[in-house]
Write a protein that binds this ligand. Structure first.
Ligand code: ADP
Ligand code: MG
Length: 290
């Protein structure tokens, strides 16, 4: 075992222990945006809990308030009313404990890959040798140890997002928050990134809240999907996704996957005033006409 593997191993055990942390509790949570006469309710009275280490997707149409809700979890947006806490502590501002990955990378263009990943450690005063060692171990976790000295601009979109994930995970966050992180990638890279993310999350377990408007992506990744209504965003379904792990691409063509996909489509296409489609006690939509 090399020094880096050894270190990665230690980090992994720490994370397995840390997975008792990262419990999210939201109660009657409302978020208002805009100012004065333009103020409006973007998220309306949502209730949910997320367990430590759980992978939850927020799925909903564009503009329904997904990013707003994720922004509140990151501490970038202060809710108008209700409860939003992590491990029984109210979120009152941004923290490295709650790391965010956006659709477009936010890497510092003037730092090379390893310095980008090591940045959070530098801010905490970790000495250079230690932070490089940890950053290299983290780059290895995302399969990028070979590009440690490259500049962000020299990387493909998929690689840039892997560096983003590494630079967030190096802070050992309780929450990993991802806002349509693969939305700008081509279909094939996107599928590879989804698999890679599941693989990383399997090794470095953290609570993961992943925003997407893509039903296939949500069903492929999540333990559970919270489906949101159009604006003002409310949670209209709490859908467990019990496909076994590890998940492989073939899953998306199975009849079980198609049934849940159809159910999600019905929810997203649902018109105001009509009763919401319900799942049968077997956990599958009653309408099997896929
Ligand atoms: P989603 O991520 O689901 O696409 P958002 O959370 O970004 O939706 O936005 C929810 C609604 O709030 C949208 O109608 C959007 O146009 C609006 N919005 C987002 N940010 C602001 C802001 N800072 N001020 C005013 N309106 C906003
Ligand atoms: Mg958004």
């Amino acid at each position: 075992m090399t020094i880096y593997e050894n270190h990665a191993h230690e980090q992994q055990s720490e994370h397995v222990k840390a997975v008792e942390l990262g419990r999210i509790n939201a109660k009657q949570l409302s978020i208002r945006l805009g100012a004065g006469a333009n103020e409006f309710e973007a998220v309306q009275a949502v209730d949910f809990t997320i367990k430590p280490g759980e992978f939850v997707c927020l799925l909903g149409p564009s503009g329904c308030g997904k990013s707003t809700l994720l922004g509140a979890l990151a501490g970038h947006i202060i809710p108008a009313s209700g409860i939003l806490d992590v491990d029984a502590q109210t979120i009152d501002g941004p923290s490295p404990e709650r790391g965010m990955v956006f659709q477009h990378h936010t890497l510092f263009p003037w730092l090379n890959v390893i310095d980008n990943v090591a940045f959070g450690l530098k801010m905490r005063g970790v000495v250079k040798a230690d932070r490089y060692e940890q950053a290299l171990a983290m780059l290895k976790q995302v399969g990028l140890e070979d590009v440690a000295t490259r500049w962000p601009s020299q990387l493909s979109g998929g690689m840039q997002q892997r560096v983003e994930i590494a630079r967030v995970l190096i802070n050992k966050p309780r929450l990993l928050l991802m806002d349509e992180p693969f939305g700008a990638l081509d279909a094939q890279t996107r599928m590879k990134m989804q698999q890679l993310l599941l693989d990383i999350w399997g090794r470095i377990r953290t609570t993961l809240v992943f925003v997407t408007h893509d039903i296939d992506e949500a069903l492929f990744l999540a333990d559970r999907i919270l489906v949101m209504s159009p604006r003002p965003g409310r949670i209209i379904e709490n859908l467990p996704v019990n496909f076994s792990r590890p998940r492989r691409t073939e899953l998306v063509t199975t009849p079980e996957f198609m049934l849940l996909k159809r159910h999600c489509l019905d929810l997203l296409n649902h018109e105001e005033g009509r009763p919401l489609p319900r799942l049968s006690p077997l956990g599958l939509p009653t309408d099997t006409n896929v």
